[in-house]
Write a protein that binds this ligand. Sequence first.
Ligand code: NI
Length: 376
Amino acid sequence: MMNEQQLIAFFEDLHQHPELGLQEVRTTQKLKEILTAAGVELLDTGLPTGAVAVIRGSRPGRVIGLRGDMDALPITEASGLRYASCEAGKMHACGHDFHTACMLGTALILQEKRDQLAGTVKVVFQPAEEIAKGGKLVADTGLLNDAQEFYGIHSYPAFPAGTLGIKEGPVMAAPDRFSVTITGRGAHAAQPDKGIDPIPALAAIIQALQTIVSREVNPFANVVITVAHVEAGNTYNVIPETAFLEGTVRTLDEKVRLQVQQAMRRVIERTAEAYQCTAALDYQVGPDAVVNDAALCAEASALAREMGFQVARQEDTMGGEDFSEFLKICPGVFLRIGTGGDYPGHHPRFTVDPAALWPAAQYCAALAMRRAEAEK
Ligand code: NI
């Protein structure tokens, strides 16, 4: 068993050695060493990174899933921390080192208390959240199919240590990705009539896409369409053959998600046609929105207050999260753990307050124990 200082030391070590999605080899190895030494059962996921730990109680009960993610971001750290990243161009700038350490603490606490546990707790150490791949990879193993409730955690800079963010309903958006290639016909820039310029078509499409949000979708629905990358041509006196754009769509509701996708195809193809071009839309569906179960939010909030945490509603966000892969199995809650700090996630100066770690692990263990034993 680890104490608070040892768990914080584990977190600091992970922070110094960030690994990108699907490359979390060292992190996985360290985790497995500690879990195995503590006698915690590990399931064979068949995946090169990540782990699923199981704690089986001494009495029958329900199966509860917990999930923390493990991967870092391709950012060079500028936090100035004593335990800042040793890897140039890699940083735990989203607190996934905190999540991993928290879930390790949780698994160790549950292992120690398993004679008091009624039911089974499966603790998922998920790789590759930042590239929206790991959730599906782990869920597709089928190892979590018997879970009856799932809880995920995320660090939250807007709240100090000691505060949990719990909110029912949609808390993270479905992050889809799209790209468009517009094809015209290249020509001399002085002779536009001899070609078909794809650049005005590109400009018109970028403008027209926003009317889907403002003129087609119910104003009470939440939709973001962002064009984030545009490319066309490479010099001043040549009309290029093609133009390219890509971006992301964020939605909270499945029907709206489909409506937007269909409208985009129509607007893109027909706008291109109006400019005598053709346009091909490649729409890549990402993870679903994360939607928290209202009854389970009430349970999670009640326990948090009993344990002395402040509970607050986190701010709405159109950020994405592949925790939704586990909510396809059963209902659950994506919880925000207040971790303080002056900078938002994905910032080179992002930090978490290590004081939040031990209480968060205690809370996750208590939540899993209570829900495993619950009637329903
Ligand atoms: Ni994150």
